[in-house]
Design a protein around this ligand. Structure first.
Ligand SMILES: Nc1ncnc2c1ncn2[C@@H]1O[C@H](COP(=O)(O)OP(=O)(O)OP(=O)(O)O)[C@@H](O)[C@H]1O
Length: 445
């Protein structure tokens, strides 16, 4: 059976344009001119694969319909049509649950893309449960529900959370469960691209546009076409790049370096940060307008210490994966070792759990991992400063003791920055040169 759309607008020209475009795509349309007419059609029992509604209607507004359909007909994706340049309503409607928006004057190509995405969403009603994220605590259940809901929308999502807490995995999960699943998921660490290459990395370049540009190169946006672009550590984008990114998101188009032509793009943007972006805005490091665009929906990845009950199942899943990666027998944790993990504070979250288990798995003598194999730091590791202040020296020379503290801080900073020494030096508030000197001195190289 063909697809069915509900189109709601009081301007006959727009209704006609929608009707013709959709009919050519094999989608049948029912038209309404008011909120009341739309309600009557919905109540008549017809299932709609998409509802397209104007924002301003004679007896109400589009957001009202978005809310009503969300609540009573959750399998029908709704897209709103907004006045040209009205970002506020577009964002407000997506926050209210609209799956996407279209701004006037209507671009036929965009309309077609939007409708076919919506039909895909509507056709995949009963998706299998998320298989990427391990965890059954209330926090994880809620997160998985949110992911499922968000995967159907095209709204930009900002995922916040501590390092290693699973932000990228959450983004992947949103992508995999949504209508873009068959297209690429491209993850980019915004802090890791050299500044001078950034524009070309994101938008591509034409052969000969700068020294070293020996061939035409597609950027990340083009690589993610029809799929998802995941901007990890988005707070690390330099200001000039933030402006360019904002423009690309707003215009839904990019211009490769050395070309005159804008290329239209159809990419969903997901971002993540472990920093507090509001703070970064106050400090003048992040643009308010970009924040507003990428943070339409906010998700937060819970810290592992706040969902301790998930530690056993995570540990089992990780050990199973290690055994299959190494093609060696599966190992398990002694009950004391498991308890020690449950009591540990995991400043580095799931990534730290993975590292601890990988080391223990390689080091342990039998197939059972004991507490000692885990080599856990003291539970207060993340709070090193305080604990050391209150400790006595236990007969250890002061210098040696201080070196230990120094080592702790440096290792901590390196772990936090995934061993990026430039970043670690920043975290520590010392110069790169000084960090290099200390690494040598402490035998950490
Ligand atoms: N709920 C989970 N279930 C299974 N594995 C997880 C879960 N959360 C995180 N992981 C694993 O932990 C590691 C770190 O996760 P991920 O890279 O998604 O974290 P992140 O928050 O993006 O980290 P960073 O802030 O450092 O970029 C990955 O190997 C990921 O597969």
């Amino acid at each position: 059976m063909g697809s069915q759309a509900l189109i709601v607008d009081d301007e006959p020209d727009i209704l006609e344009l929608l009707n013709i475009t959709l009919s050519r795509m094999g989608v049948q349309c029912d038209a309404a001119e008011t909120v009341a007419d739309a309600k009557t059609l919905l109540q008549a029992g017809q299932h709609y694969d998409i509802c397209l509604t104007d924002m301003r209607l004679p007896d109400g507004n589009g957001i009202e319909l978005v809310k009503l359909i969300q609540c009573q007909y959750p399998n029908t994706p709704v897209a709103v049509i907004t006045a040209h340049g009205n970002v506020d309503t577009a964002i407000e409607s997506m926050k209210a649950g609209a799956f996407d928006f279209l701004s006037k004057p209507i671009d036929i190509e965009r309309l077609r893309t939007l409708v076919s995405t919506a039909i895909k969403v509507s056709a995949t009603e009963n998706l299998p449960e998320d298989t990427l994220l391990v965890g059954k605590t209330a926090a994880m259940k809620l997160l998985k529900q949110q992911i499922l809901k968000l995967s159907r929308s095209q709204a930009p999502v900002l995922i916040s959370g501590e390092s290693g807490s699973g932000k990228e995995l959450i983004a992947r999960s949103i992508h995999q469960q949504g209508p873009r699943a068959d297209a690429p998921f491209i993850a980019v660490n915004c802090g890791a691209i050299p500044r001078e290459l950034m524009e070309s990395e994101f938008f591509g370049h034409k052969k000969g546009s700068f020294t070293g540009a020996n061939i035409d190169k597609a950027g990340l946006f083009q690589a993610a076409e029809n799929g998802t672009l995941f901007l990890d550590e988005v707070a690390d984008l330099p200001m000039d790049m933030q402006v360019k990114l904002l423009r690309a998101i707003q215009e839904k188009a990019v211009r490769p370096i050395g070309t005159q032509q804008e290329l239209p793009i159809n990419v969903r943007i997901l971002s993540a940060t472990h920093k507090n972006l509001q703070e970064e805005i106050k400090r003048g490091n992040f643009r308010q307008d970009l924040y507003y665009r990428i943070n339409v929906i906010e998700l937060s990845a819970p810290a592992l210490r706040d969902r301790q009950e998930d530690i056993p199942s995570l540990a089992d899943a990780i050990l199973e994966r290690l055994a299959s990666e190494y093609s060696t027998p599966n190992a398990s944790l002694s009950s004391q070792a498991m308890q020690a993990l449950i009591n540990y504070s995991f400043p580095g979250n799931v990534r730290e759990l993975e590292n601890i288990l990988e080391r223990a798995y390689t080091l342990c003598d039998s197939n059972t991992i004991q507490v000692n194999d885990l080599q856990l730091q003291s539970p207060q590791h993340s709070n090193t400063k305080q604990t050391h202040q209150h400790e006595t020296l236990h007969g250890q020379p002061l210098d040696e003791h201080l070196e230990e503290i120094e080592k702790d801080f440096i290792v901590n900073a390196l772990e936090k920055t995934k061993w990026n020494r430039t970043e670690a030096a920043k975290v520590l508030g010392i110069s790169f040169r000084s960090l290099r000197y200390r690494l040598k001195k402490l035998g950490l190289e």
